[in-house]
Ligand binder design. Structure first.
Ligand code: ZN
Length: 251
């Protein structure tokens, strides 16, 4: 949730951190700061998000959202940080008049480093992993409304749309793209995907189940077609079929 909150206005202040100022003779002489930053330089993408969702929340996005009811703290936060390539670390700034000297704690020792700007480490992680942040924004932002989280799975929301007349057409989406056009997760793991108009844009996109619900203009002739993955791995059109063809289907 921290990664989501960090993208909201003023959200950088949601980043857990600490600072401790040592004052001697009424003057600050040293500041210690703890901050969140990258553990390594490996980029993290949608697969890292999906793995965290699967490993810690049974692939149920509601499990993540529910943590916000007790401040989004998790006993497993440190493990999740590891999996997302994040780490908390401390740096120190020694103050002598106008001089500032910086040190970072690495392997249990303070090591001299160049001047450190607050939040620069997190920004570095953000810049390297923009795709991951775009995914988190696409997944979480539409599920909050006036402080209430919507945790219903996309599948549950899409199932009532299934339409026998469309299913009986036996039409398939033969070669959809590998990834959702909106949030970029792999489509191969989805139960439902759509080829539909984007809400407020008019352009069409191939979307995962979540994005179909929260970013699509709806399923119907002229706005979008819904497809379900069948046991043979093919994508069968299950809603939004054309009206001309429906007329040809005998009841
Ligand atoms: Zn998506």
């Amino acid at each position: 949730m921290t990664l989501f909150y960090a993208m909201q206005e003023g959200g950088i202040l949601y980043l857990p951190s600490y600072s401790l100022t040592i004052v001697e003779d009424g003057q600050p002489s040293r500041v210690y700061v703890g901050e969140l930053g990258p553990a390594d330089e490996d980029p993290k993408g949608p697969e890292a998000f999906l793995k965290v969702l699967a490993d810690y929340y049974g692939s149920n996005i509601f499990g993540v959202l529910m943590t916000t009811s007790w401040g989004a703290y998790e006993a497993r936060d440190l493990d999740i940080l590891d999996d997302l390539g994040l780490v908390y670390s401390s740096f120190r700034c020694d103050i002598d008049g106008d001089d500032r000297t910086f040190f970072r704690m690495r392997n249990g020792r303070w090591r001299s480093v160049d001047a450190i700007r607050p939040f620069a480490a997190f920004n570095e992680y953000f810049e390297r992993n923009r795709r991951l942040f775009r995914l988190i924004e696409a997944k979480f932002a539409p599920r909050i409304s006036r402080g209430i989280w919507e945790g219903t799975s996309a599948e549950v929301q899409l199932e009532p749309l299934l339409d026998e007349a469309t299913i009986s057409l036996g039409e398939y989406y033969d070669s959809p793209p590998a990834e959702c056009d909106v949030c970029t997760i792999p489509l191969s793991d989805e139960r439902y995907i759509s080829d539909a108009s984007l809400r407020g844009h008019g352009v069409w996109a191939t979307m995962c189940g979540d994005c179909t619900v929260y970013h699509g203009a709806g399923i119907g002739w002229g706005t979008g077609q819904l497809y379900r993955k069948e046991s043979d791995g093919r994508w069968l059109m299950v809603a939004g079929g054309g009206p001309q063809r429906e007329e040809g289907v005998e009841q």
